[in-house]
Design a protein around this ligand. Structure first.
Ligand SMILES: [Mg+2]
Length: 360
């Protein structure tokens, strides 16, 4: 199947202002879409950012990836991933290049599904399964009463787990907030905390330990992704499992974390990891090491991908839902999600909803 033509578009989607310790205030999401045309069929892919860098992702696609892929065989998805990775190696090996590669890679997988009339999970050799979902807020600036209101909403939706951002300047504030959420949720609900790389390893260890009394299900991104040794130490010295993955931009980075025993829960994000191909490689690494898996954002794609994992424990239902812009938003039933049954990824943007936000 020859790739005839690739279209890209760039949108800025407004968000209700959010925030976390690592990325500061966030008031918009950038969405970069890819439509890959091949012999009368179309594969849809996308990339996203938290409001910065998206124009560079679009430029990498337009100037480097589109001309590289047009005319090639769409069926050779792994070969094309290697080709894109190699072509952008000098400026890449992660970062923005991975966000651009991801958009094309997702479109290639979608196209394969459309051509074969099979949903993505089936292409991955998996069966459809229900995955528990947890409610996830980007809530560090929220006052305590709003944080608790958010938690109530998650519990009403039947989520078996909830996640709270930590990283306030005063450790006592984090402890008060996490403690209050635990009290409201009760012992039967899994409670995760996410520091978004707020601290150095030493401080992350000290702050994490102070919150363990609240019974934590995992401790996410305690320190910067570059500090693999710091994560290893945290993984060794804390009773709470360490969760990492949204800031790892290649299968190589995941392998290093697993080899260094620097995580317990491997979290995929097929956009930030560099595509479905890259996230699949990461899941395989997790399976080989006997690690549990979860996801970051990308709710719709991850519902398929986690079906291909041996021990998927949770899908993140993220606060930045793309729902207003999707033809078929993901359904959550009793706090659980299933992958879609339509061919490909099942993710289709509602172009009428997106159009007012198109920039380029
Ligand atoms: Mg996170």
């Amino acid at each position: 199947m020859k790739i005839d033509r690739i279209e890209t578009a760039y949108y800025r989607l407004p968000l209700e202002p959010f925030g976390d310790a690592g990325h500061g205030a966030i008031d918009s999401e950038e969405l970069i879409t890819v439509k890959l045309h091949s012999e009368g069929l179309v594969g849809h892919g996308y990339s996203y950012t938290i409001g910065r860098g998206g124009r560079a992702v679009k430029a990498l696609l337009d100037h480097d990836i589109v001309p590289l892929l047009e005319g090639r065989d769409a069926e050779d998805i792994e070969g094309l991933w290697d080709l894109m990775w190699q072509r952008l190696l000098y400026v890449g090996r992660g970062g923005l290049a991975s966000f651009a590669i991801a958009a094309a890679d997702i479109a290639l997988w979608d196209l394969r599904g459309v051509r074969e009339g099979r949903p993505l999970y089936a292409l991955l050799g998996a069966g459809a399964r229900e995955i528990p979902a947890y409610g996830s807020g980007v809530d560090l600036p929220k006052p305590l009463d709003e944080l608790l209101k958010q938690t109530e909403g998650f519990l009403e939706r039947g989520f078996p787990g909830v996640k709270v951002k930590v990283g306030r300047e005063d450790p006592k504030e984090d402890e008060k907030r996490v403690g209050a959420v635990r009290e409201l949720a009760g012992d039967g609900v899994d409670l995760m905390i996410d520091a978004n790389m707020a601290w150095g390893a030493e401080e992350a260890l000290e702050r994490g330990r102070r919150m363990e009394e609240f019974g934590l299900y995992w401790y996410e991104e305690p320190t910067i992704p570059e500090d693999v040794a710091g994560h290893s130490r945290l993984a060794r010295e804390m009773a709470t499992p360490i969760a990492v993955g949204e800031s790892l931009h290649s299968p190589h980075e995941f392998r290093r974390y697993v080899e260094e025993k620097a995580l317990h829960v491997l979290q995929i994000d097929p956009v930030t990891n560099g595509g479905i191909t890259a996230s699949l490689a990461a899941l395989k690494t997790a399976d080989e090491a006997g690690l549990k898996t979860s996801s970051h954002y990308t709710d719709e794609l991850s519902a398929h991908l986690l079906c291909a994992s041996k021990e998927p424990i949770y899908l993140e239902k993220h606060a930045f839902a793309l729902d207003p812009y999707l033809e078929e938003p993901q359904k959550v039933t009793n706090g659980r999600v299933r992958p879609t049954e339509s061919p490909g990824t099942g993710l289709r943007f509602d172009e009428r909803a997106l159009d007012p936000h198109r920039v380029a």
